[in-house]
Write a protein that binds this ligand. Structure first.
Ligand code: CAO
Length: 425
């Protein structure tokens, strides 16, 4: 028994934000039925392809554990099937451009009438307001949600981050909204709308930067290295390079091999509580009692110099040796792990966070499994569906159509072209 077993999701999502959400729900046991346009499907099936005519990794890594039905929801027959699906599902999830579902005839008002229990969940770029009609992609959200203006170095331009906080981050927010609405439905007996706007999701993840914006009104931000460097603050939260967000000076420093390995670095935090251990470790025991170094405030104007000294030590060790030396002393540090290293890390394979999956046309590929572990609801990762792979199965099993009705629906063209195998049957 999985946590969300018995919950059926009508998955109208595409690209990344929505699929992240429904993939999570599928891992928790929900039956996720992905509705795709006949012949085309989710645009990401064909994007960034590494193997000709094979579903891209972009698609396969975001659509595990789902079933796929092809349906032209703009045809009469397609609308009829969609209405039946709406009646049979608990949750509708979508991340179309604003207004697309209304134009299709399946906006919130219509869906509520068809199925008052339905939870109607949407990702949009912006919430209600001046930008609500805009189409939004990952980096647009990072820029409009406060991440870009606070990421990068002080003397450089705003920078986007590799973590997909706009798309995958919003998908995560939406998933929480959906299970919360399902929980509330237990007492109200009603569905409701769930909206996760990408701007809101990014801003939520940048919460500490809005904290700093308000702190700025009461004086400079002393933990930012620009303070120690005597660089005045402007009106808005500045970019802080690799400064640690937690108020303890942190920096990325070189390790052994940095000349040839772009990831031979470690994040090193000079946490006040372990300052004495740091001084011993880097060969500067005299700093422990030196009034110029002993207290955090005294060190603020010497941060670059202190990290230079730390780096002289880290350059003599690999990043993992630095970690091995620091951990027993409770000195927080983070080796910069490359995607290659993460994909090969045995402990991540052992926990199912990195999983190898077999696919009929692609062969074996790696994906990231469920990062949220439930002790009573294990998440096995199964491959993403081929386009329309489960169309007939869903019509019979979920909607209860007879064989004749299924054939009739194929003949109407609403499902696209019948796959050769199904036609032979
Ligand atoms: N049958 C028939 N038509 C279908 C269909 C189906 N099964 N599935 C989709 N369509 C139609 C839609 O109805 C829509 O038609 P109209 O515009 O004529 O009403 C059309 O396909 C295109 O849908 P779209 O507007 O969602 O796609 P787009 O490429 O124009 O925009 C995106 C893509 C991502 C910018 C937009 O969907 C968006 O802003 N989504 C919300 C924010 C979001 O999720 N962004 C993250 C994207 S990356 O994860």
């Amino acid at each position: 028994m999985k946590a969300l077993e018995g919950v059926r999701i009508l998955d109208f999502t595409h690209v990344q934000s929505g699929p992240t959400c429904t993939q999570l729900l599928a891992w928790f046991g929900a039956d996720v039925i992905k509705v795709e346009r006949p012949g085309v499907g989710d645009a990401t099936r064909g994007q960034l392809r590494d193997i000709p005519d094979v579903d891209s990794l972009y698609f396969t890594m975001l659509n595990s554990n789902k079933r796929s039905i092809t349906l032209n929801t703009k045809s009469e027959k397609g609308k009829e099937i969609l209405e039946k699906l709406v009646k049979s599902c608990d949750v509708l999830v979508e991340n179309f451009a604003p207004g697309a579902l209304d134009r299709m005839g399946f906006g919130w008002d219509q869906v509520q009438q068809i199925n008052p229990l339905m939870i109607y969940a949407s990702v949009k770029g912006f919430g209600p307001g001046p930008y609500e009609d805009c189409k939004v992609y990952e980096n647009v959200a990072q820029c409009t949600g406060g991440a870009a203006s606070t990421t990068g170095f002080l003397d450089g331009p705003p920078t986007v981050t590799g973590a997909q906080i706009g798309d995958s981050g919003t998908g995560l927010h939406l998933a929480l909204g959906i299970v919360t609405a399902l929980f509330q439905r237990e007492t109200t007996g009603k569905g409701q709308r769930v909206l996760a706007a990408m701007q809101d999701g990014v801003l939520n993840l940048c919460r500490v930067k809005l904290r700093d914006q308000q702190r700025l009104q009461h004086g400079p931000l002393k933990e930012y290295s620009q303070f120690g460097q005597g660089i005045p603050f402007g009106e808005a939260t500045p970019r802080a390079g690799n400064d640690s967000g937690g108020g303890q000076p942190g920096w990325i420093v070189k390790c052994k091999g940095w000349e040839t390995d772009p990831d031979a670095y470690v994040y090193f935090i000079t946490q006040a509580a372990v300052w004495g251990s740091i001084c011993d470790l880097i060969g500067k025991p005299e700093w422990k009692d030196d009034p110029g170094y002993a207290k955090p405030e005294a060190r603020l104007d010497k941060i670059p110099q202190i990290f230079d000294t730390i780096e002289q030590w880290t350059k003599t060790k690999t990043k993992l040796e630095v970690m091995e030396a620091c951990n027993p002393l409770n000195i927080p540090c983070g080796p910069i792990l490359s995607m290659k290293e993460l994909s090969e890390e045995p402990s991540l394979r052992a926990t199912g966070t990195v999983v190898e999956v077999d696919h009929p046309t692609r062969g074996k590929y790696l994906t990231v499994g469920n990062p949220i572990k439930l002790s009573d609801s294990p998440s096995e990762v199964s491959r993403s569906p081929l386009l329309g792979e489960h169309t007939s199965e869903i019509l019979t099993q979920v909607l209860g159509l007879s064989e004749d009705e299924v054939q009739e629906t194929w003949a109407s063209g609403a499902l696209g072209e019948m796959p050769e195998q199904a036609a032979a049957e």
